[in-house]
Design a protein around this ligand. Structure first.
Ligand code: AMP
Ligand code: GLY
Length: 427
């Protein structure tokens, strides 16, 4: 069948790499893709928010499956658009309905969902401009550090963790009264701080059945030892060594099963990925957030570990028969290190020529922000540029392979963290 994948990052390159391996995939189109995805299929110049143009393309190219990489088209309702259009309703869409995507699009909605279905999460209350005095009172009942979250999508920047009460009050005013995060902070969730170590768990669901994909840990800060500004993610490791069988049993029983059952009880149409951001608090999992897509760069270590045919898995997902699918996972450890443009996550340059990609041996290369220029050279085209993923029987071996190959790729201003996975070596 012909498949259209939406997105342009390292996540999409890793998904495209797996889709292209499937004998069930005839033609793969990636919109808009990057220089790496062009090696897995055909990049097409479609905007992810232009549903009319996507429809036209799907009809013209007999696309039978749409796989949605990023959250924005899901939150904008692309799955509903396909379902409700007589010419498109036969297309299998991997990605939840607009209502399902609200689990990521609204923190308040997600918190209410968790509360309703008894899913462990931090204690919270939410407030608007009208209830600002109550918000200040609630804040005073909490212990520092104070966690303030803009309800809506804020490009990953809407969470503030503040040690000082006066400063937290100021930021609360800024969010609610001065629209610090625009409309996204017209509602603010104030929640208890959870102390522990984070990990990401990924679930593929057809709305009733589910498969748990490998766990992963990502590294969000720009600086070594988790210092400096937040980024999209500087590397990832899968599996997570402390997520042993006992812990993962708790995750499945306390979080995954009630989440999928909750979607059913609430009549939420959900056919796609659930990315559960978890905190391991003294051996017990708590949900920090839901995302309605795969993580980036978690996908770059999780997807290559899937031995099964992902198109078959997606087909079962769309058909509601995921219970009949098999999921075979490579037991080895995958280590992914992201290389970024100098200056990222603040301002950075685009257009630098990247050399050495062809010299990489024994590892996978996933492109994120790259494109091909008129001379056929691969150039930087984003903050996160390119990553290397390697497999090995142990984490140190996987890291060694990855870092060996990271050295081979060069451009002016290249930066990467040298400590990816180091914190996990003691488990
Ligand atoms: P989010 O945008 O929801 O992923 O939050 C960004 C980051 O803030 C998370 O990855 C956590 O590191 C941190 N965080 C969010 N909520 C909490 C919480 N309740 N306790 C501790 N850390 C949190
Ligand atoms: N790596 C975190 C995310 O994709 O949201």
């Amino acid at each position: 069948m012909n498949i259209l994948l939406l997105g342009s990052g390292g996540r999409e390159h890793a998904i495209a790499y797996k889709i292209a391996q499937s004998p069930k995939c005839q033609q793969l189109f990636i919109a808009p893709g990057n220089a790496g995805t062009a090696g897995c299929g055909t990049n097409v110049n479609l905007k992810n928010d232009d549903f009319a143009a996507i429809k036209q393309f799907v009809l013209e190219h007999d696309v039978q499956m749409l796989v949605v990489g990023p959250e924005a088209p899901l939150v904008a309702g692309i799955a509903d658009f396909f379902k409700n259009d007589a010419q498109l309703s036969h297309v299998a869409v991997i990605g939840p309905s607009k209502q399902g995507a609200t689990l990521e699009g609204s923190k308040e909605f997600a918190k209410q969902f968790m509360q309703r279905h008894g899913i462990p999460t931090a204690r919270y209350q939410s407030f608007t401009k009208e209830t600002l005095p109550q918000a200040v009172e609630f804040l005073k009942t909490m212990q520092p550090p104070y966690v303030l979250k803009a309800d809506g999508l804020a490009a990953g920047k809407g969470v503030l963790i503040i040690n000082n009460l006066a400063e937290a009050e100021t930021e609360l005013h800024n969010m609610l009264e001065n629209a610090k995060f625009g409309n996204a902070s017209s509602t603010v969730v104030i929640e208890e701080f959870l102390s522990g170590i984070e990990l990401s768990v990924f679930v593929l669901t057809d709305g009733k059945n589910y498969k748990m994909l490998p766990s992963a840990k990502d590294y969000k800060r720009i600086g070594e030892h988790d210092t400096g500004l937040n980024t999209g993610g500087m590397g990832s490791i899968s599996p997570v060594p402390f997520a042993n069988d006992e812990f993962m049993q708790k995750v499945e029983q306390r979080i995954v099963i009630p989440t999928v059952a909750g979607l059913q009880k609430d009549n939420i149409d959900y056919c796609g990925f659930i990315f559960i951001g978890l905190m391991n608090v003294a051996g017990n999992p708590y949900v920090i957030e839901y995302n309605v897509r795969m993580g980036d760069p978690e996908t770059e270590s999780v997807f290559p570990r899937i031995n099964s045919d992902v198109v078959e898995l997606f087909r079962h997902t769309a058909d509601g028969t995921l219970d009949q699918a098999t999921l075979d996972i490579n037991p080895q450890t995958a280590a992914c290190v992201m290389m970024v443009a100098g200056g990222y996550p603040e301002s950075y340059r685009k257009g630098d020529v990247i050399i050495g990609i062809g010299d990489v041996e024994g590892s996978l290369v996933f492109h994120a922000g790259t494109k091909t220029n008129d001379s056929g050279e691969t150039i930087t085209n984003g903050g996160r540029v390119i990553c290397i993923t390697s497999f090995a029987d142990t984490l140190p071996q996987a890291l060694e392979k990855t870092y060996h190959n990271v050295e081979k790729i060069q451009w002016d201003g290249k930066y990467f963290r040298k400590d990816i996975g180091q914190d996990l070596l003691s488990y």
